[in-house]
Design a protein around this ligand. Structure first.
Ligand code: NAP
Length: 499
C-alpha cells in the first residue's frame, strides 16, 4: 500500500484526525489538549481537522464549547492563548453516531471526502472507546471507503484481557487495516525519560560494557500510584494490576532496559529487539508463580495524611479477588542477562506516585579501604520516569576533610526540568505527532502484545487456580510485606526513590 506524500520531517500536507469517543475522559483530558499544544507550536499540518464521534447529540457549536471548557481545565494556564484556542476550536467537528448502528456513517463519510485534494490527506482514526467496539468501527470504516492507504488507526489499551481475546481484537482490526497502519499506544513509551533511556544507552559508550550480567546485579522497575480505583472500579475489577499495568507498561520498560542495540533507532528495529526480549522471558511454571509473584489488595489507610477507603469500599462490595498490587521476579534468558533478576512491582493506593527504573550494579570485587569509616554502596542508575523526569547515578565518594577516609554515598543528578529550558511535553503530544507522521517506533506491534500476553497468562491461570487470595496492605504503604520478602530472600531490598 502507498500512503500519502509527506513533506520533509514526515508531516503530511493535511490531516483529518477522528476520535471515536471524542467526548470521553481520554479525549477531553489527554488527546485534545495534546493536539492543542502541538497546534500552538505550529506542528500540526496547517490543513488539519479534528472530528469527535460519539452517540450524544452535539452540534458543532456545542462540541466546540465542551472542548474549550476541557482545554481550559486541562492545559496549564501559561500555555493557553486566545489565538491558539480559536485556531484549534475552528478545526473541530462532531459527528453523532452509535458505532453499533448504521446511522451517521454517511455524514462521517461525507465530511472525510469533503477535501480538495483528498488523496493527500492522512486520516487518523483514534479508537478511544471500549475495545469491544474496535471490530465494528473498523468494518464500518472499510464499508464507507475510509480505510484506504491514507488511513491509520490508533488502538488504546487494553488490547484484550488474555492472549485469545488480544488475538481476537488484533484479528478484527487486522481484517481491515495492514499492520503498518495500526498504532497500538502505550503512553509510557512517549515519556521523555523513557526515550532518553534509549539515548543514554545508545548515544553514549560508557554504559554498554557494563550493561550485562557481569556488572549488573539486578534491575527494579516500579510503577506506584497513590490513587485508588475511584469511580473506575467496575472496569478495574475486570482487569487488575497484572493486566492493567504489568502486561503493557512494565514489560515495555523492561524491554527497553534489556534489549540489544538495534542497527538504528527508527522504523521496525526497536520493535524487533523488544520482541526478542519478550520471547526470552523465562516462562513461569505454577511453582514459579507461587514463589516469584505476590499479589495484594489495599485496605483502608492514610495517603498523604488523608484517610482513604479500602478497595472493597471503593468497589461497593467485598466479593472480589482482583489484585491492586503485583510484585514479581522475572528472568531474561539470554547471554546478556542470564542470572540477573528483574523485579517488577506496581500498585494502587501506595505511599506515593512514582515510576522508576533502578539498575543496581554489583559490589566492588575487593574492599580497598579497610580503615575507612562508612562503607561503599553498590552503584545504582536511577531513572525517574514520573514525576520529575530525570536520572541519578549513585556513587560512593570520599567525604572532604583530614583524618582518614570517610566513604559517603553521593549522586550525579540529571533533572530534566533544570538541565533543559523547555518543559517536557506530555507523552500523548509526542505519540499523536508520530501517528500523524506515520512513525511506528514507539508503538506496540501485534507480535509484541501477544508475546507479552503469552508470558503473563500462566500467572493469571495459576492465580485463578490457587486457593491463596491477594494479600492485604494498608493504603499509604509500599504494599504487602511479602513484596519485601520477595527481594529479602535473595539478599536484596527495594530501592525507594529517596533512599
Ligand atoms: P469514557 O469517558 O467512558 O468515554 C467513552 C467515549 O466513547 C464517550 O465519548 C462516549 O460518548 C463514546 N461512546 C461509547 N459508546 C459508544 C458507541 N456505541 N458509539 C459511539 N461512541 C460511543 O471512556 P474513556 O475513559 O475516555 O476511555 C475510552 C477507552 O480508552 C477505554 O477503552 C479505556 O479503557 C481506554 N483508556 C482510557 C484512559 C483514560 O485515561 N481515560 C487511559 C487509557 C486507556 P457517548 O456516550 O456520548 O456515546
Amino acid at each position: 500500500m502507498h500512503g500519502p506524500t509527506t513533506a520533509p520531517g514526515g508531516l503530511p500536507p493535511a490531516c483529518d484526525f477522528t476520535v471515536f469517543g471524542g467526548t470521553g475522559d481520554l479525549a477531553l483530558r489527554k488527546l485534545l489538549p495534546a493536539l492543542y499544544l502541538r497546534d500552538r507550536e505550529g506542528q500540526l499540518p496547517a490543513d488539519t481537522r479534528i472530528v469527535g464521534v460519539s452517540r450524544s447529540d452535539h452540534d458543532q457549536a456545542a462540541y466546540r464549547e465542551e472542548v474549550r471548557a476541557a482545554l481550559l481545565e486541562h492545559v496549564d494556564a501559561d500555555r493557553l492563548d486566545d489565538a491558539a484556542l480559536d485556531r484549534m476550536l475552528a478545526r473541530l467537528h462532531h459527528v453523532t453516531l452509535d458505532v453499533n448502528g448504521s446511522e451517521g456513517w454517511h455524514e462521517l463519510h461525507g465530511l472525510l471526502k469533503d477535501r480538495a485534494r483528498h488523496e493527500d490527506t492522512v486520516r487518523v482514526f483514534y479508537l478511544a472507546v471500549a475495545p469491544g467496539l474496535f471490530g465494528s468501527i473498523c468494518r464500518r470504516l472499510d464499508e464507507i471507503g475510509a480505510a484506504d492507504a491514507n488511513a491509520r488507526v490508533v488502538v488504546e489499551k487494553p488490547v484484550g484481557h488474555d492472549l485469545a481475546s488480544a488475538q481476537a481484537v488484533n484479528d478484527a482490526v487486522g481484517e481491515v487495516f495492514e499492520e503498518s497502519q495500526i498504532f497500538r499506544i502505550d503512553h509510557y513509551l512517549g515519556k521523555e525519560s523513557v526515550q532518553n533511556l534509549l539515548v543514554t544507552r545508545f548515544a553514549n559508550t560508557f554504559l554498554e560494557p557494563l550493561w550485562n550480567s557481569h556488572w549488573v546485579d539486578h534491575v527494579q522497575i516500579t510503577v506506584a500510584e497513590s490513587l485508588g480505583v475511584g469511580d473506575r472500579g467496575g472496569y478495574y475489577d475486570h482487569a487488575g494490576a497484572l493486566r492493567d499495568m504489568v502486561q503493557n507498561h512494565l514489560l515495555q520498560l523492561l524491554c527497553l532496559v534489556a534489549m540489544e542495540p538495534p542497527t538504528y533507532v527508527g522504523g521496525e528495529t526497536v520493535r524487533d529487539e523488544k520482541l526478542k526480549v519478550l520471547q526470552a522471558l523465562k516462562p513461569m511454571t505454577p511453582a514459579d508463580v507461587d514463589r516469584d509473584t505476590v499479589r495484594g489488595r489495599y485496605d483502608a489507610g492514610l495517603v498523604g495524611g488523608a484517610a482513604v477507603a479500602s478497595y472493597a469500599d471503593d468497589l461497593g462490595h467485598d466479593q472480589s479477588d482482583t489484585e491492586t498490587f503485583v510484585a514479581l521476579k522475572a528472568e531474561v534468558h539470554n547471554w546478556r542477562w542470564a542470572g540477573v533478576p528483574f523485579y517488577l512491582r506496581t500498585g494502587k493506593r501506595l505511599d506515593r506516585r512514582t515510576s522508576e527504573i533502578v539498575v543496581v550494579f554489583k559490589e566492588p570485587p575487593h574492599a580497598m579501604f579497610p580503615h575507612s569509616e562508612g562503607g561503599s554502596t553498590p552503584n545504582r542508575l536511577h531513572i525517574q520516569v514520573q514525576p520529575d523526569e530525570g536520572m541519578r547515578l549513585h556513587l560512593t565518594a570520599k567525604e572532604p576533610g583530614p583524618g582518614g577516609i570517610r566513604l559517603r554515598p553521593v549522586s550525579l543528578d540529571l533533572s530534566y526540568a533544570t538541565a533543559f529550558a523547555q518543559a517536557s511535553p506530555d507523552a500523548y503530544e509526542r505519540l499523536l505527532m508520530d501517528v500523524i507522521k506515520g512513525n511506528p517506533t514507539l508503538f506496540m506491534r501485534r507480535d509484541e502484545v501477544e508475546a507479552a500476553w503469552a508470558w503473563v497468562e500462566p500467572i493469571l491461570t495459576r492465580w485463578a487456580a490457587s486457593p491463596d487470595r491477594p494479600r492485604r496492605y494498608p493504603a499509604g504503604t509500599t504494599g504487602p510485606i511479602a513484596a519485601a520478602t520477595l527481594l529479602e530472600r535473595d539478599g536484596r531490598t527495594w530501592q525507594e526513590s529517596d533512599s
